[in-house]
Design a binder for this molecule. Structure first.
Ligand code: SF4
Length: 340
């Protein structure tokens, strides 16, 4: 199987006239709001692509990914210029395609026709929540029905649709988040991204937090809620591309919220914890040695972070000992045996 790699090119806040309460695209992408002139930006894009390609083998399936703002909302000439530059590499066979991320209300047939012309294959929609109360509280500027309509149009036009959702938004509960995950599955997503809310100092959410109007999630709460949503996607056969924001120095500046640097790994460990618990609930395991077998390469999810998950399981089920091993199994699906 070929390795897949994205060449990310960030378009901070550009093209977006909204101001979602949690938005701090400057901090998230590590860039400022000043829009570079078109020539400089094109050069920067070419440089980014060339630098990345020089480090990748020809066997790697590479995509150019415009992230960070609302790509289809940026000034039309600029959008086309960026797409043209990327598409040159598609035509030369150096990259496989282009992916973009945008808001659900910045999609229509005309925009999709342009994206199709320039080799875009994957469209990521920042759905964030399918609860209208939550969307309104976040000043998101659109209702959930728009996400259904846009995803349908995206799929009808032959693009891969990726749903992005957030955990721990103002007024959002785990029930809302599971319903959002279910809705993304129902819409026909090929993949998903899950972002726990973090609070940067230059956002409305920061003031809401300071005023006691919003309570950020702790890392543990976010890990639990992300794990439940992530498991829904995995069970539906939908790949979870990322849990947590893109790694960037400035993420450490988030003053509140779940921003553990290894959040994705911790979520995957938590999924194991739940799946192993489901199996142990059915077994007479108290005081016994339990053997847990996972797919090759997955063992660190059990043993990482000081064996936190194994210790929690040992305590929860009053086990004598836990042994781990490797076997052929599906991802995240452990095989459990009681050692007699
Ligand atoms: S849509 Fe995205 S870029 Fe625009 S304000 Fe909201 S979070 Fe920020």
């Amino acid at each position: 199987m070929k390795n897949h790699c994205n060449i990310p090119f960030f378009i901070p806040h550009s093209g977006c006239n909204n101001n979602c309460v949690f938005c701090s695209q400057v901090k998230i992408t590590g860039k400022n709001h000043l829009e570079p002139n078109l020539d400089q930006e094109t050069q920067s894009l070419i440089q980014t692509i060339e630098n990345s390609l020089s480090t990748l083998s020809e066997e790697t399936e590479t995509q150019l990914a415009f992230f960070g703002g609302s790509f289809t909302g940026i000034e039309r000439n600029r959008m086309i210029s960026l797409l043209e530059t990327g598409y040159d590499y598609v035509k030369k066979g150096k990259i496989k395609g282009i992916r973009i991320s945008t808001r659900p209300d910045y999609i229509n047939q005309e925009i999709l026709d342009i994206l199709k012309t320039y080799g875009v294959t994957d469209i990521e929609l920042g759905i964030q929540s399918m609860n209208d109360r939550v969307l309104k509280e976040c000043a998101r500027g659109h209702i959930s029905a728009i996400s259904y309509k846009s995803s349908e149009l995206i799929i009808k036009n032959g693009f891969n649709f990726v749903g992005q959702m957030m955990i721990g938004l103002p007024l959002s509960t785990i029930v809302d988040e599971l319903e959002t995950a279910d809705a993304i599955i129902k819409m026909g997503a090929t993949a998903a991204r899950i972002y726990p809310t973090v609070v940067f100092s230059d956002t409305v959410l920061y003031n809401m937090t300071k005023d006691g109007l919003y309570k950020p999630l702790t890392n543990d709460q976010a890990i639990e809620r992300c794990a439940l949503c992530c498991d829904r996607f995995i069970k539906a056969g939908i790949k979870v591309l990322k849990i947590g924001l893109h790694s960037s120095e400035s993420l450490t500046e988030a003053e509140f919220g779940a921003n553990h640097p290894a959040l994705g790994e911790l979520v995957k460990s938590k999924i194991y914890f739940h799946r192993i618990s489901e199996e142990l609930d059915k077994l007479d395991c108290v005081g016994k040695t339990v053997q847990i077998f996972v797919k090759s390469g997955e063992q660190s999810k059990l043993t990482g972070h000081g064996g936190k998950i194994l210790n929690e399981l040992k305590e929860k089920y009053n086990l004598l000992k836990i042994e781990t091993g490797i076997t052929d199994t599906e991802e995240n699906q452990p095989i459990i045996k009681i050692k007699e």
